[in-house]
Design a protein around this ligand. Sequence first.
Ligand code: F6P
Length: 527
Amino acid sequence: MSKAPASWASVRCDRTPAWTALQQHFEDQGRGFDLRQAFAQDPERAAHFSQRAPHLLADLSKNLLSRQTETLLFELAEQCGILAHRDAMFAGQAINTTEQRQVMHFLLRQPRGTGAGQAWEQELEQVHHTLDAMLAFAEQVRADPEITTVVNIGIGGSDLGPHMATQALQAFKVPGKRFVFVSNVDGHELDAVLQGLDARHTLFLIASKTFTTAETMTNARSARRWFEAQLGEDAQALLPQRFAALTTNVQGAAEFGIRTTFGFWDWVGGRYSVMSAIGLPLAISIGAAHFRQFLAGAHAMDQHFLTQAPAHNLPLRLGLLDVWYRNFHGFASRNVAPYHSFLGRWAAYLQQLEMESNGKRVDRAGQVLPFETAPLVWGEPGTLGQHAFFQLLHQGSQTVPVEFVAVKKAAHGLAGHHSQLLANALAQAQALMLGRSDAGGHRHFPGNRPSSFLLLDKLDSASLGALIALQEHRVFVSGSVWGINSFDQWGVELGKVLARDIEPRLASGDLAGLDASTAALVQALRS
Ligand code: F6P
């Protein structure tokens, strides 16, 4: 990928020569590609499609692509200006064009003092200023025996990232404290959490980039009412120590009555915010040193994405593979299979990252695209999925690429468990690929079903940071090929507006202007 294209925004992917070449290549070799033959013909296949990246090993060899496929995909990336787009993001250009914002979540993990001459030099100073303050607060909470429960109230990016990461890194959790995440406006969730809590010993973190999100504000107000009711006349004195806000809207937090606020900036997208102040519950759980390792792992992956040649650039390879599967093979979903119980929220986290970023049918200029974009992302930790939906993955009528995540070293000492777990992960990937043809009918496994395998040395702060950055950048790559703005989310607006219209009707019974189905449901709810 030697030549820089004129501009990262100039060419639609399906109008490039590489796209046409990939279509022809798919007809010639892609459609009938057989993994078993590919391995038989190329003794170097496993090595060629495996690589190291910071904190992990990736084996992409069980995917339905040849060296030629990948060469053509790299040409597509070049012709679409993907690396120029990447460089524009890292240079601090406003690549979120529909909102005129920079996209600089990479800055959250950029080491201090490395901004000289960069457009974001000042922002980097602010990042470290806030990070120091937030980590000092985290250490203070960790050392405070009076606080035994930390309740994070937030939704979407203000919940999924910190929730996933706090659960993933629970092996490093501070003893004596419980971490709870309340997200849904469904009062059953908050009510169940508040039962049995002691307000005096509970710290509430109100996490919201905008500090206007309806669910979070409703939960935050209810938490404050509960706090005041439980503590009576002591509430006013204790409230400033027991409520903190994580937000870009410092004024909104102040108006709510919160005095301790950790800010961030509009150039951090909600689903890219786990390494900002939104990561505070994680920082309290694992401590400042681990949190800094978390950032360092992500930074290592940023550098990998920025500096590695395409042939060894893992986010680029994965993002292009996603395009190959979606637009040429026509695969509509990707299953994610983390073989580690602590990654129980991995699929939920990736769903927002991928589908809120790239679940769009128009390009940056708002023009409808004539090709498919983001796949559905779904999954469960292994081996649970094996006893649920793996049937479909092995013998169903559609092909679903699987992305395994496994961890070499366990954080427990129970004999036999980890080798059984790892053997299952390997066996599933193998079975998907090899299939079984010695039996017919119900017992036949067609095989040739693709998977990638990401292997971490251990699940620790640095490797999780790297894994997150890997996913962020692979989503960037596919979104960039498709020419969409991966950093806005207009598709979430309409439902919010309509909910605001419907809510008073549930009380008033006013059905005027409603469609017949919604009107009937409102009536049923009121009867
Ligand atoms: O669901 C839409 C969304 O805006 C997400 O992008 C975001 O992560 C979430 O709501 C929460 O937003 P906030 O952090 O502003 O409360």
